[in-house]
Design a protein around this ligand. Structure first.
Ligand code: SAM
Length: 369
């Protein structure tokens, strides 16, 4: 909180707003003479003598502040849907986090030349539903400073970052800090994708060839998962089942590493094709054949080559088809590809430094050589 307030304060600032102020600690930390706090919770607002209102729906008229700061609420999908009915007055898609709405609000309520600083969930750096809000903020303000941490805070499931922007500012270097010690990281020009702020490496601007030009990527869903459950066993004949846990870069551990599938542990699971429904049979026929299998949630990109076309992917392993497998494998194994996917979706995975891959992202990786 203190770092955000410190970065947001500037000489000559007099007024500050916290649109989700809680006990008003951000406001107090600024020490400014005009402090405006709003909170939707009546007892909280009453306790601090703040206005009780929904900041996202309140009519703000022409009111603008020198500084807007805060730690807005991060709402889960369920509460988003119940509190907002899925609509977004400020430009977010139906699943945009409430924090994204507060970001859109802050950029509007800060006067030109003023600053706003918010603590936000890292998912906002790459969430598709917040893309319009990121673009809106980029068009109105310049990020001056950011901080992020890979240890979850406030709530066990949420990793956070904070940014301080100057409204109407010319984009320049973004100063960066990391972790509970606020260790300084190298400054960087504002990257094309916000998630590159975490990695420090911007994505390439080139319009050159992408993996999607020579390969197709597909992933399976619940229907395939449930369709497989009764057909998998250690003592049946049929194609080996390859789950994400078996895939290391260039290596498949089927038969040597135990497999967890559908809450059971297998030694060397195979799929008995005779036990599949007709629809699942067609699916299996489509998935057999030479291909590359890719684990979906990783730090580096883990891909293995099924040259003989004998394996069946578990869910959510990604299947790649290509007539140039060596070129695809070389690209997926490259440092450039790892940096690229991190710059696109850092913060999307479950653990620090992991990313969740998807077919569209893989197809967009710049092709090597
Ligand atoms: C994460 S707390 C942060 C409070 C304060 N900044 C702090 O650090 O203690 C978020 C606050 O936002 C308030 N809030 C949630 N939705 C709101 C809305 N739509 N308008 C105004 N306040 C809201 C909650 O009541 C809560 O007090």
């Amino acid at each position: 909180m203190h770092a955000v307030v410190h970065e947001a304060l500037f000489a000559g600032a007099r007024s500050v707003l916290d649109p989700a102020c809680g006990d008003g600690r951000f406001l107090q930390a600024t020490g400014l003479p005009v402090q405006v706090g709003v909170d939707i919770d009546p007892p909280t607002a009453a306790a601090g003598g703040f206005e009780c209102a929904d900041a996202l729906r309140r009519d703000w008229g022409d009111t603008r502040f020198d500084i807007v700061v805060g730690n807005p609420p991060f709402l889960s999908q369920l509460s988003r849907l119940t509190t907002r009915g899925g609509s977004s007055p400020l430009g977010g898609g139906p699943y945009a986090d409430a924090a994204a709405e507060f970001l859109a609000l802050a950029v509007r309520l800060t006067r030109p030349g003023g600053r706003f600083g918010l603590v936000l969930p890292q998912s906002l750096l790459s969430a598709r539903d917040a893309a319009a809000i990121r673009a809106d903020v980029d068009s109105r303000a310049a990020l001056r400073w950011m901080w992020w941490s890979d240890t979850p805070m406030f709530d066990a499931a949420v990793r956070v970052w904070a940014g301080v922007w100057e409204v109407g500012g010319v984009p320049g270097a973004v100063r960066r800090a990391h972790g509970s010690e606020f260790a300084p990281l190298s400054s960087m020009p504002m990257p094309r994708t916000w998630s590159a702020l975490l990695t420090g490496a911007d994505s390439p601007a080139d319009d050159g060839p992408r993996l999607g030009d020579i390969a197709t990527f597909g992933v399976d869903f619940r229907a395939q998962y449930y369709g497989l459950v009764d057909a998998v066993g250690d003592d049946v004949d049929g194609p080996p089942l390859i789950t994400s846990g078996l895939i290391d870069p260039g290596q498949c551990h089927w038969g040597t590493r135990p497999v967890r599938f559908a809450k059971r542990t297998f030694r060397a699971p195979r799929v008995d094709l005779a036990r599949l429904s007709p629809a699942m049979h067609r699916w299996a026929e489509g998935r057999l054949g030479p291909k590359i299998l890719i684990a979906n949630q990783t730090k580096v990109i883990e891909a293995v080559h099924d040259e003989a076309g004998e394996w069946l992917p578990g869910v959510p392993v990604i299947t790649c088809r290509t007539v140039q497998p060596q070129r695809v494998l070389a690209t997926l194994a490259s440092r450039e590809a790892v940096d690229y996917v991190h710059s696109q979706v850092a913060g999307s995975g479950l653990g620090a430094g992991t990313v969740r891959l998807n077919p569209r992202l893989l197809a967009s990786i710049p092709l090597l050589g």
